[in-house]
Design a protein around this ligand. Structure first.
Ligand code: GDP
Length: 361
């Protein structure tokens, strides 16, 4: 499955956040015999639609979609030069499908900042500089050979041009992501085999003081710093406390700081979206469940997420939109009102589709 790597300077609250994430680990809750890796947190993406489906179908359990977060220790200035943990750090980032930067905005004299002062802007620059330098190194290793080759093999000219353009962007101090050159999209196609770090989708978690959670001016400033990446604002210590509480107590604590959902829930939603994922739903007496697919996946591809045999033997998908199902109250009633559609192999899955697959075995 796809993973989001959590990175950040020392003492910004990564471990605190990660501990809160693992307290919400859905693997531990739903699959007691699963092997749980110490640096991976599998977090459920809250979806109130599942609660509703579980009511309609009197399901025994609810299984939300999940996002995997990986704790990547050790970014320091000089990481791109392979200092200390640098090489391992870069290798770990390379394996992630998106990069979540944790940025310190909270002020606390008892917690030392590695660079002596709290400045989100400077910290973002420090981290991005390491990633950019690592990409420039990758490019400098391949570009001279590509340029030479292109004198004989004319068809690689577009690739050389793409690499040269990427180099220019990086030399200006920008990430490729900020210029819309993103892994998995057409604009990264010619660069794909270089596995450049800054082509990964970015998201930012600002670890803020409680009073900053509701400070819209402050938040807009930070959002402007990181756009087009999304920004999430949370207090890591508060999230750790919330993870220890019962639901109603947690809600009370949240409301006392002007929030209506835990920062971790927002993080799961934004992380999911940043990875380019969406869900479809299945429901029955055993479970109501959200299944993860890539945006734009077809019905057979969606079936394949449940079982490869479902994809191989795919015949049709019976699809009812979540809204229609709630309105009609049951599958039988939805069918009677003509709200159940039979979709074939070219159907592109839509968010909120409640599905039953028909297949040959
Ligand atoms: P890491 O090095 O990035 O993993 O940072 P830690 O999670 O270990 O946190 C470093 C220190 O900052 C610890 O003493 C935490 O208790 C403290 N800390 C983490 N988050 C917050 C926060 O939101 N507010 C305050 N005041 N302290 C925090």
């Amino acid at each position: 499955s796809l993973t989001i790597g959590i990175v950040g300077l020392p003492n910004v609250g990564k471990s605190t956040l990660f501990n809160a994430l693992t307290k919400n680990d859905v693997l531990a809750a739903n699959y007691p015999f699963a092997t749980i890796e110490p640096n991976v947190g599998v977090v459920g993406v809250p979806d109130p639609r599942l609660t509703k489906l579980a009511e309609i179908f009197t399901s025994e359990r609810i299984l939300p979609a999940t996002v995997d977060f990986v704790d990547i220790a050790g970014i320091v200035r000089g990481a791109s030069e392979g200092e200390g943990l640098g090489n391992k750090f870069l290798a770990n980032i390379r394996e992630s499908d998106a990069i979540c930067q944790v940025i310190r905005a909270f002020k606390d004299e008892n917690v030392v900042h590695v660079d002596g002062k709290v400045s989100p802007k400077d910290d973002i620059e420090t981290i991005n500089t390491e990633l950019i330098l690592a990409d420039l190194q990758t490019i400098e290793k391949v570009l001279p050979r590509l340029q030479k080759e292109s004198r004989i093999k004319k068809d690689i000219a577009p690739k050389v041009k793409a690499v040269e353009e990427a180099k220019e962007i990086l030399e200006k101090g920008d990430t490729l992501f900020a210029h819309g050159i993103v892994q998995g999209t057409e604009r990264n196609e010619l660069l794909h085999d270089l596995h450049l770090l800054t082509t990964k989708p970015f998201l930012y978690v600002f670890n803020v003081d409680e009073d900053e959670l509701t400070d819209e001016d402050f938040k807009n400033e930070q959002r402007a710093l990181v756009a087009p990446a999304e920004a999430i604002f949370l207090n890591a210590k508060l999230e750790a406390d919330l993870a220890e509480l019962e639901e109603d107590e947690a809600l009370e604590l949240l409301q006392s700081v002007g929030q209506d959902e835990p920062g971790l829930a927002t993080l799961a939603h934004v992380g999911f979206r940043t990875l380019g994922l969406q869900t479809y739903l299945t429901a029955g007496p055993k479970e109501s469940r959200a299944w993860t697919i890539k945006k734009g996946a077809t019905a057979p591809e969606a079936a394949g997420v449940i079982h490869t045999d479902f994809q191989k033997g795919f015949i049709k998908a019976e699809v009812i939109s979540f809204e229609d199902l709630v309105e009609t109250g049951s599958v039988a009633e939805a069918r009677a009102k003509g709200k159940a559609r039979m979709e074939g192999k070219d159907y592109v899955m839509q968010d909120g589709d409640v599905v039953e697959f028909r297949f040959n075995v």
